[in-house]
Ligand binder design. Structure first.
Ligand code: FES
Length: 154
């Protein structure tokens, strides 16, 4: 893991100190560390000359920007209506059984976190889920077993 101050400095160098850099910088931190700590947010605020509240507000508004530690692979299953109608409940059950955790929890080995999220824009192929930045759609219980089995060995 890159020391955070260096990481933030690198990201600021890459994206600049304009307000519009806030999202890419936040995303850059999440990509590297899986979440954004309070001290990251303070540091980013300082670099971009924003208040910590502005940075915190942005980070917590976007549920994709985790502000608490997560597993290495963050699974986000769409809970919005189309996916719901296409059997998202069975998919969640399969994930919970396989990972032995409930939605909102992280496995003991910190490999997986299971979350629900709003529409991912893949409704036409629901049920859908994201694992980190990867989209998986047209999910069935069998498909989920194969996908997760794969991630268990990554
Ligand atoms: S409703 Fe699930 S991706 Fe849109």
């Amino acid at each position: 893991m890159v020391a955070n101050n260096n990481l933030i400095k690198e990201l600021v160098e890459k994206y600049g100190t304009d307000r519009t850099s806030l999202m890419p910088i936040l995303q850059g931190v999440v990509l590297q560390n899986n979440y954004i700590s309070d001290s990251d947010m303070t540091e980013i605020a300082k670099e971009l000359d924003l208040s910590a509240a502005q940075v915190f507000g942005t980070a917590t508004f976007y549920s994709f920007l985790d502000t608490i530690p997560r597993g290495r692979f963050v699974i986000r299953i769409c809970k919005t209506i189309t996916c719901d109608m296409h059997g998202k409940k069975l998919i969640i059950q399969a994930l919970e059984n396989m990972l032995k955790i409930k939605v909102g929890e992280t496995t003991q080995d910190k490999r997986f976190t299971l979350l629900e999220t709003n529409c991912l824009g893949w409704c036409h192929q629901g049920p859908s889920m994201l694992i980190n930045n990867e989209v998986y759609s047209d999910l069935t219980v069998d498909k989920v077993h194969d996908i997760i089995a794969d991630y268990m060995h990554k």
